[in-house]
Structures are given as C-alpha cells and as structure tokens.
Design a protein around this ligand. Structure first.
Ligand SMILES: Nc1ncnc2c1ncn2[C@@H]1O[C@H](COP(=O)(O)OP(=O)(O)OP(=O)(O)O)[C@@H](O)[C@H]1O
Length: 799
C-alpha cells in the first residue's frame, strides 16, 4: 500500500480529443517515469545494476531517435594452461550484424529526451520495462540531450546542416513520436501501454529506412554498453560504440528487449547474443542536442582516449595529450577472463559514479576533481587527432575536411565533471607534473588494449600461456572476439626468434584451411629486427635480442581446447560406465586426423601435437601452435631439427633420438610419422584417460622407455577391438610401420566393415568369387576353381 501511495500521479489521458502539445505531454510522461517504483518481491535485490552514463551533448536542434541491439559478451572463463585444467566456458562472438536502425530527427525549439528507465508494474508482478520512458529536462535553450548519441549523429548535428531528407524524415518521426507519446499511459498502468509505446516507436523507426543511426545497448548484469550504427543507403558501416551504465534499469528492459527483438530491423546478429551468453537490450531514445552536455557525459568513454575511442568508433575523448583515462569503475576493469561476467563488455563500456545519473545537469566541477581539459585544448587535440587518425581510419579527405569544419563549428564541451583526480589519465598527470608537454608515448592504455598494425584490441583476459607466449582473449570495435598471442623476443636468440616468426609463415600458408586456426593479422614490433631474423638468422644464430620486441598474432578464437574437453569428458565418463563414448571418440579422432592431414599435405610437420593444441572453433577441431613446426624439405620426407622439441608425453622415439645414428648408420630425423605417434598418444589418452608413458615420471624414465624398441605398451581391453588395433597402428615403434593419415581415415574403427546379410544372393556369391579370383589372379588353379564355382551357382539359380 505504501508503494501504491508512491505511485506516480496519473497523467490525464492524452488520447483525448485534443492531444496536448508535445512538451506538455512529455513533461507529464517524465513526471510519471521519473518516479520509478521500487522493485517488488524478489525483483528487489542488492545486486549492483547497470547504471547509465551520458555522452556529450552539443548544441544543436536535433533529436535522434535510436534503437538497436547488440549482445553483451561475458567471459566467465578460467585461464587455460597448455595442458589439462578444468573446463573452459565456451564463448564466441560472431560479427555483429549491422542492420540496426536509428533515426536522426531535426526538431525545433521544443525538444525531448526520451530515455529508457525502468519500473515495475507492481500489479502484474513481473519485470516491466519501458524503453521510452520520458524524461524531460527543459533547458533555457530547449531540450537537454541526454545520452548515448552516436558520434556520427553528433557530428551531423555539429555541422548544423541537416540533410534535407533527414529533416523530412525527422519531421515524420517527430509527429510519429508525438502520436506515440500521446498513447503512453500513466505509470501505474499495465505493461501493455508501455509495450505499445515501444512498438509504436519501433514502428516509427522502421519507417525511416534511410540514413538511419542506431544505438544498440549492450547489457550485462552490471554494465550497459551502447553501440551505434549508421545505416546509410550505400554504406552500411558500424559506427559508434558508446558505453554507459544504468541505475536499476538493466533488469527492467527485458520486456522491451523481447519486443524489439522481434523487430528485425533493429537487431544485430543473434549470434552475438549467444556469444555473450547474456541478455541483450535494446533501447529507443530520443536525443536532443540543444544544451551543452554535462561534463559527466564524457564518462561514457572514459576508459579510452581519443584514438582508442575512435578506434572503437566512439566520440573522441578530447584529451589534450591524448592521454589515457583509467576506467571509472574499477569493478568493470577486465583483469582476467574468469573474473566476472561483467568484465568483458563492461570495459568497452565505462562506468560512472552512481551520482552521474541521467538527470544530472550540473556543469560545475565537484570538489576535489581533477584536471579539466580546456575547450581550446580539446579543439586542438581534436584537430590533431583527426589528422593523425585520418590515414588509419581510411577517411577520405573530403570526409575529413567536412568533419574538421564541423568540429570547428562546434563548441566542445568541457571534460567530465565526474572524473575524480585518481581517475585522470596517467599521461596527463606525468606531463603536468613535469610541466612540459612531453611527447606522448602511447595514445592508448596498454593495460587495456593491444595495438596491432594500428588496430586496437581490447583485452578481455588471459586465456593461457605456453612456454613462449601468452595468449589473450581480445575484442575489436566491431565486437569480434579473437585470440591474441604475444611473444616476447627479448632475451631469445635469433634462431629461436626465427622459429617464432616461422609460425606466422606457416599460418599464412595455411590460410583458408578450415581445420587450421586462422591468422587474422600479425605484427613484429621491430621491423628492422624482423628483417635480420628473416635473412641473417644463420649468422646471428647465437646472438641474443636485447631490445623489447614482441610478435603479436591475432588469431581466430577457439572456445575450448581438447585437453579441457578431455578432462571434462573423463569426469563425465567416471560418473557413468567408465568407458569413453565411442561415437564421441570417432568424431574427434576423425577431426584430428583431418586437421593433421591438412598440414601433412602442405609438407609441414607439426611436431608438437597434444590435446592442448587442438581447439574447438564453432564445433570443429582446429590445429594451433606451429611454433616448432617444420617444413619437410623437398628432397626428403623427413626434417632435420635444430633443437629437441615437443611435449614429453607425446614425443615419438625419433624425436627423442633426433640426429642420432640408427642401427644402419642413418641419421634419425622426424617426419610425418612423428606426428602420427603423437596422435597415437592422444588417442590412447582419449581411450584410457592417461598417456601411454604417463607412469614414467621423470624425463630420463620416459626417455629410456620410449626409445626402447622392445618396450611393450600396455593396452587394457576395450569393448571395440578395432580401437586397440588403431592405437597400435599409430604407436608402432618403427616409424616405417606406422600408418599414414589416409590409411588411418579408412581404418575399420572409423569405417566399420558392413557385414552382409546371410545367406548371400547369387549375385553376391558371384561377386565374392570374382574378388577372390582377382586376388589370386596369378594363381591359375584358384582362378579356374572360382570360375567353376561361379558357373555352378548360376546353374543352381536357374534351376
Ligand atoms: N586461437 C586461440 N584461441 C583460443 N585459445 C588459444 C588460441 N591460441 C592459443 N590458445 C590458448 O593458449 C595456450 C597457449 O597457446 P600456444 O600453444 O599457441 O602457445 P605456446 O607458447 O606456443 O605454447 P606451448 O608451450 O604449448 O608451445 C593454448 O594451449 C590455448 O589454450
């Protein structure tokens, strides 16, 4: 009842004969929506909810209605290690579809800001959401633009010149909105009214097919990110990636989300949702740009500097030195993949102090807040930034000029008032401390981003680390997830460095092969050294690299590796009958064979096959880690190694004895059969849950037993005897006796012989006899006996 008394005042029905003027109506709606009700029952929780941040407002007479959707990503994974470990969660993002919609609307004098907030219809008792709660902020100059507007929309607005077709569309939207808003009932009403409103708005947006912008709201439990897209007639291009947090709203949107999800025009690819595994939200908002934005609006991209922001298609953060600002909300900082579900997207999204609510209009700085960027500095920085990023972004000179002139005509708002001193970027601090304008070293925060060939990749967490590298999960501005392998070359000798570089060459060679992990991009940070590594590796073999040089490789992202899958499978198997599921085994064994066959056909020997080097990508196993792979020389089927390689439990006898002389005086080399041995060890592990030499713990014990040709590997009985035969074919000590992959692919374990129905028909008898005759074609006696039998059978059949 108490709650009842707090219900917003009923707004007189606007569906009456004379609808109120838009500002009046909006004021009513705001009055209703601003008084959001407490969440009832179990809806009320102390769980920190997403809060909303604002992005800069600039003076304009423009309203943007925007809607869209994208998925949030969350990565509740544990870092992987090369071998073993627990299961890894499976998250993969598909590129975001860019078919969202957003309509720029030009509106005069009166402006409105419709934003999403949430409330609960207590009587219905479920999550109610209003994507278009109205919140009116009447300013002397008109509307206050709140929110999340796309960079392009802002730029368009700044230019002060709205294209005629947009104006036209804008007017339509304006009137549609007025009509739509007039149908919004008071807060206490049932969900239906609000649903209807959202649908109406959606429909309105649908009507605006050209020059549409959209903002997609990425929502996790604690953070909300907004993506904005521009959908021009000819150039559908993903645009701004804004971030925000919302207070007590995230859980409320689901209703509208579901509603809007049905409106395909607003949706990004559903795969994005599944990638994240988290609910996505859509919001429709009306932005006006009539008043200067509160400083806090800059928080929306506060963890990115200008270049970062632009890389992520954000409104550039106009820090004079291009400095870096640490995330406002450390809770959302991506530290480790497994840290929180929020971490992934929430760092794309930035946090804001709870106080920086939507309604904040305070332009003054609060006490103790740090450095403020002066407008002039910002303008200069914007110019500089625009110039420097022109090339990178591939903006045409016409575009750039246009944008620059727009930028000049726009009064750039001051920095966020809600950034406190501790949150101001490190570069700014250090340069101001020195009192100099020190040249900036990096214009992005290396703790949060990797930069490969000028493209930024935001860290989502460390996936794993191998002997030579660390691998991170990263996300790009278009929400694609990759694995980024970082190899430190400092302290390594040139030949080792060359080995690392060779992995790139192999991956380039294997581009397009769908059972090999795909290399998307790479960079060696020191080009001169790269040339030395490539050309002088022999001369400088033992010279160690002293510079801080890294190899970055951007790779297709794998959800989980076979090592983790196996350990999980064995946990499940232990709980059931103790024997591995044969069909599961067949499926993955075949995939492994196909992957290794691909590289063998390209005359590459992997040399380090182990479960951790098979990754599951979209349901298929793909091979990774060509760090020690070697090409097979054209004049031989084997390879000469410079160093002993491999992982002990999977190493073939010849890998242990490389370069030694065998009994006949030949140098022992590793070739394709060495990989087959490793595959045999993996198969053995899949069947028995341990590798064949796992009982031998030390290096010398393993060395002794593996290099002993008389050692007999123990095969415990299994249901399918073909399985044991298969393992034996792979683990033959003599490498010349090991089967090759094409044979293994035809092994009866994978291709079980089909036993014919008995008794055989006359034709089948005849066929059988002909086969026998063919086998014994050199034996005239067998041949004639076969033909006699065949004739006899034919005669019998005739009788
Ligand atoms: N593309 C990828 N997608 C997802 N995870 C990956 C990817 N590449 C590597 N990893 C993870 O990182 C770990 C280490 O990667 P990788 O094996 O390439 O590094 P390395 O330094 O060569 O390791 P090793 O010591 O095993 O040779 C892998 O076991 C795997 O779990």
């Amino acid at each position: 009842m108490e709650r009842e008394s707090k219900l917003p005042q009923q707004v007189p029905s606007s569906a009456s004969s004379s609808p109120p003027r838009a500002p009046d109506l909006l004021r009513h709606v705001q009055a209703a929506f601003k008084r959001s009700r407490p969440i009832t029952g179990n809806m009320a929780s102390n769980v920190s909810r997403a809060r909303r941040l604002l992005v800069p407002e600039v003076e304009s007479k423009k309203i943007t209605v925007s809607a869209g959707l994208t998925g949030s990503n969350a990565f509740g994974e544990k870092p992987r290690t090369s071998e073993g470990g627990g299961p890894t969660s499976q998250n993969i993002a598909e590129p975001v579809r860019e078919d969202s919609a957003c309509i720029p609307v030009s509106i005069s004098e009166a402006t409105a800001s419709i934003i999403d907030e949430s409330y609960v219809t207590g009587d219905v008792g479920h999550r109610a959401t209003s994507a278009i709660d109205a919140q009116l902020d009447f300013k002397a100059e008109g509307f206050h633009h709140r929110a999340t507007c796309a960079t392009d929309a802002q730029l368009d607005a700044k230019a002060g010149s709205v294209q005629p077709d947009l104006v036209d569309g804008a007017k339509k939207v304006e009137s549609s909105l007025a009509a739509t808003l007039s149908s919004v009932g008071p807060m206490g009403q049932s969900q239906g009214a609000n649903d209807r409103t959202a649908i109406d708005i959606t429909a309105t947006m649908d009507n605006m097919s050209s020059h549409m912008h959209s903002i997609a709201l990425i929502e996790t439990e604690g953070a909300v990110g907004i993506r904005a897209f521009r959908n021009d007639k000819h150039d559908v291009k993903q645009r701004d990636f804004q971030s925000t947090q919302m207070s007590d709203t995230s859980s409320m949107r689901s209703g509208v989300i579901q509603m809007l999800e049905k409106k395909e025009d607003f949706l990004v690819h559903p795969a994005t949702h599944s990638a994240s595994g988290f609910p996505c939200a859509v919001t429709a908002s009306v932005h006006s740009m009539s008043a200067p934005m509160p400083n806090s609006t800059y928080n929306s991209c506060s963890n990115m500097d200008v270049e970062t922001a632009e890389e992520f298609n954000l409104k550039p953060r106009l820090a004079p030195q291009g400095g870096v600002v640490t995330p406002l909300c450390p809770k959302f900082q991506p530290t480790c993949v497994g840290s929180t579900r929020q971490s992934a997207v929430s760092t794309l999204v930035s946090g804001s102090a709870p106080g920086s609510s939507l309604g904040t209009q305070d332009h003054s700085l609060s006490k103790g807040q740090g450095s403020i960027v002066k407008e002039t500095d910002q303008s200069k920085a914007a110019e500089l930034h625009d110039k420097s990023s022109k090339e990178k972004l591939g903006i045409t000179s016409g575009d750039l000029d246009n944008r620059q002139s727009q930028a000049q005509s726009v009064k750039v708002p001051p920095f966020s008032s809600s950034i406190d001193a501790s949150q101001v970027n490190k570069t700014e601090k250090s340069s101001s401390a020195k009192g100099t304008s020190a040249p900036r070293k990096k214009n992005y925060d290396p703790e949060l981003f990797f930069k490969v060939n000028g493209k930024l990749y935001q860290k989502l967490g460390k996936i794993g680390s191998g002997g030579s590298s660390e691998v991170h999960k990263v996300i790009t501005s278009d929400c694609t997830i990759y694995a980024l392998k970082k190899i430190k070359l400092k302290g390594r000798d040139y030949s080792t460095a060359y080995g690392f570089y060779q992995e790139i060459e192999y991956l380039n060679k294997l581009k397009g092969k769908n059972n090999i992990i795909q290399l998307v991009d790479y960079e060696v940070t020191d080009k001169r050294l790269l040339e030395e590594i490539r050309h002088d590796s022999v001369n400088t073999k033992d010279v160690r690299i002293r510079e801080d040089v890294y190899i970055y490789m951007v790779l297709e992202y794998g959800e989980i590796d076979l090592a983790h899958m196996l350990s999980q499978k064995w946990k499940d198997t232990d709980c059931s009958n103790g024997q591995i599921d044969e069909n599961w085994l067949r499926f993955y064994w075949q995939q492994m064979l196909l992957a290794v066959n691909t590289i063998h056909e390209e005359r590459i020997v992997h040399s380090d096959l182990k479960p951790a080097n098979f990754l599951l990508v979209r349901g298929s196993l793909k091979l990774i880690d060509f760090g020690i792979a070697k090409a097979i020389m054209s004049d031989t089927t084997n390879i000469q190694r410079d160093a002993q390689v491999g992982t002990l439990n999977y190493m073939s006898p010849e890998a242990f004895m490389w370069n030694e002389q065998d009994a006949s005086g030949n140098t022992i080399k590793c070739g394709r059969p060495s990989d087959i041995w490793s595959l045999g060890c993996i198969l053995y592990q899949m069947v028995y849950g341990r590798t064949p030499f796992a009982d031998y713990k030390t290096f010398w014990a393993k060395f002794k037993v593996i290099t002993d040709r008389n050692h007999e590997i123990k095969y415990d009985p299994v249901r399918n005897p073909w399985l044991i035969d298969l393992m034996k074919k792979c683990l033959a000590w003599d490498r010349s006796e090991r089967w090759r992959i094409p044979q293994l692919l035809q092994h009866p374990f994978l291709v079980p012989p089909v036993s014919p129905q008995l008794p055989l028909s006359r034709n089948e008898h005849c066929k059988l006899l002909m086969e026998i005759a063919e086998i014994y074609r050199n034996n005239s006696q067998v041949s004639s006996l076969c033909s006699l039998l065949e004739r006899s059978l034919t005669k019998l059949a005739e009788d």
